[in-house]
Design a protein around this ligand. Sequence first.
Ligand code: DHB
Length: 391
Amino acid sequence: VRTRVAIVGAGPAGLLLSHLLAAAGIDSVMIDQRAREEIESTIRAGILEQGTVDVLTGSGASDRVLRDGHRHDGIELRFDGQGHRIDFPSLVGRSVWLYPQHEVLKDLIAARLAAGQDLRFGVSALHVEGVDTDRPSVFATTAGGEDLRIDAEFVVGADGSRSVVRSAVTGSSTGGYFREYPFAWFGILCEAPPSAGELIYSNAPAGFALISQRSASVQRMYFQCDPEADPDAMSEAEIWDTLQARVPGTTLIEGPVFQRDVLRFRSFVAHELRRGRAVLVGDAAHTVPPTGAKGMNLAVADVVLLDRALRALLLEGDGRLVDEFAETASRRIWKAQHFSWWMTSMLHVAPDASDFDRRRQLGELRSVVESQAGRTYLAEAYTGWPLEGLG
Ligand code: DHB
């Protein structure tokens, strides 16, 4: 097939990009190796920055976020037996929205299919050719084993952390700035009423826990665990004991655990984000550890920037924004990398932490919550830097 933009990956980045491009009259073909049901049911994070919500609603991609999502005006940091609320509106005049990523995906897929988007599930990209020419191509294969070739004017790698497009951009599938962490999150979904009205990020001596929510009857909670932990090895009673011990001061309302997973912690930024007529966005370009919920929000920021650059290139023949894409996107990416690393390191107990490290960490938390400037920095980053300048 022939199109203007070939988009590999129908996650939040690819879907939103096709939506924004279509609004400017730019056609795209999008492929994803997964089935639609898998994309719509994979459990990911649940916090949307104000700017992400503005893009989703302003572009007509989702109004359900405002109806079914919940605005959160703050979070609590808990340590040393006490909770400290960070009040977003009074600090930065913005809020965040609790609305699960797979709900965003359902909205975007429905909107794209209703608009007649060429969106093919179960199609795996194999490799990309011609990125240094005006006619790059994606070579792919369908679930049935048929070859598919997409000839385009631009190729977008929105194909996640195991990106196939990445090697055409960086010269290798792994080349990037990389960091691992000596812990992971054990995440659960349970059937219970909320234990707290807002998110609680708790640094307890036994390790970190995050109390999040989903709805009046479903809750999402996480606790720090060993990266090699087997999610099925713990009984429900052990899960509740572990969570409860890490949020002293709150009595968690327990209920049946119907979903459990272990989330790996990684920080990654690809060495190159663009080469010729191919770019990387979202997890294909970068991965952040989950603390602070920056992953999808950063993907949306990449796409807002790329949409502008592609409109300039494909509608006006002006390649300057595409030329600047990597540098502009990097500024926000590294701020988000820093924030996610900072929240992670401030809130988790490293397995090799000394008494000094532990006390220093509590001093750091105290420095943040007792300072208007500290709370303001956290609120700015958590609710998201403005998308206009793309900070
Ligand atoms: C959720 C996940 C996060 O990583 C986070 O920082 C906050 C909330 C969630 O899934 O609800």
